[in-house]
Write a protein that binds this ligand. Structure first.
Ligand code: AQP
Length: 340
């Protein structure tokens, strides 16, 4: 039985590849910080992952790997509900209702679809286009009040708020769905590619050197940071000059994200120097912080039965809450439900 006394948090990560420090700083680290203050649902969004092509075998492994990463990063499965999205069918069922609430014009404005579909949008799956509706269903099925996400998901969350308001208005059920608040760490917001500071760090980037994965060994981390793009200058003295240098700003954000040291303090420390000291310190920090997570993920991946048990337990807990919301939604919409 889930205790619903606290505000509720829902968030998720796609099992679409090895998780990187963008996923960690933008999402998972915040999940860990929130778990004692909120009633938390953390899902592995496998339904979202198949909006682009996935290899079925790899998808299963990746799903377990995200569960392992949650736990290795410090999410306690006894306190938080960890499950894979497809195991709770109410997500997909509510998403259909939401498909009928959301306006085409709203979806047409979503920049992530434009980014992910690229020039070949005629060939993109319709699931990729309606992705934000499924995300809204994930959040609203638990009546989540708060959603920790990276800055890249802010627009989708604004859409969820519009959907919740329209549903409440259309079906004359004021306050049925709470209007969820995003929780975005303003200091981190978006971790960018190590090769191009104007592009988001992403699992699907073809270059391994664009990101640091949570499963990277120490020597790989050091090499990736050594090769990371910087600038043909010394470390500037002022934040306003740093903001003009995307790659430097990004490396400082990563440093600050892992240490909690304000960017201003870092600039004081490294100003006027070339980037070799800074990069060497940054690699040391990353190795020190990532290594324990990497080894715990590897250990957990050796114990698949344990991970499957966690997912089963999470599914049971999530299902209980989700089915209750879905029954109420079906009633509001006017569907007949035979009690069996
Ligand atoms: N670069 C990032 N900086 C900060 N936060 C990020 N997130 C993802 N990339 C960054 C946050 O991580 C959470 C899970 O993201 P996701 O896996 O569901 O999907 P995504 O945003 O599409 O991540 P990727 O890495 O870019 O995956 P692919 O390449 O498969 O699409 C979200 O909260 C997201 O904000």
């Amino acid at each position: 039985m889930i205790e619903m006394k606290k505000n509720t948090v829902l968030s998720g990560v796609q099992p679409s590849g090895d998780l990187h420090i963008g996923n960690y700083l933008g999402a998972i680290k915040n999940f860990v910080d929130m778990q004692n203050d909120y009633n938390c649902f953390f899902c592995i969004v496998d339904l979202h992952a198949i909006t682009v092509k996935q290899d079925p075998k790899i998808l299963k492994t990746n799903t377990l790997e995200v569960a392992a990463t949650y736990i290795a990063s410090g999410i306690d499965p006894k306190t938080s509900t960890i499950f894979n999205q497809s195991s709770v069918s109410a997500h997909a069922e509510l998403a259909w209702i939401i498909n009928c609430v959301t306006r085409m014009g709203w979806l047409n404005r979503m920049t992530q679809f434009k980014d992910k579909a690229g020039a070949d949008k005629e060939n993109a799956s319709s699931g990729l286009f309606t992705y934000p509706n499924l995300m809204a269903a994930d959040i609203l099925i638990y009546k989540a009040t708060h959603v920790p996400v990276g800055n890249d998901q802010k627009q989708h969350l604004e859409l969820t708020r519009d959907i919740a308001q329209k549903f409440n208005r259309d079906f004359k059920c004021e306050n049925f769905f709470p209007i969820p608040e995003p929780i975005i760490d303003k200091n981190i917001s978006r971790i960018m590619s190590l090769k191009d500071g104007s592009q988001k760090m992403s699992k699907s980037d073809l270059s391994e050197y664009s990101r640091i994965n949570l499963l990277d060994e120490s020597d790989i981390i050091i090499k990736k940071i050594r090769k990371a793009k910087t600038a043909d200058t010394l470390m500037p003295e002022k934040i306003k000059d740093i903001l003009k240098l995307n790659e430097i700003n990004n490396l400082l954000n990563i440093y600050s994200g892992f240490t909690g040291i304000e960017k201003q303090m870092l600039v004081e420390k490294y100003k006027g120097q070339n980037f070799s000291n800074f990069k060497s310190d940054l690699s040391d920090i990353l190795v020190e912080q990532i290594k324990p997570i990497t080894s715990e993920i590897k250990k957990l991946m050796q114990n698949k039965d344990y991970l499957l048990e966690i997912l089963q337990d999470g599914q049971n807990k999530a299902n209980e809450v989700a089915q209750k919301t879905l029954n109420d939604v079906y009633d509001l919409v006017g569907f007949i439900r035979n009690e069996t």
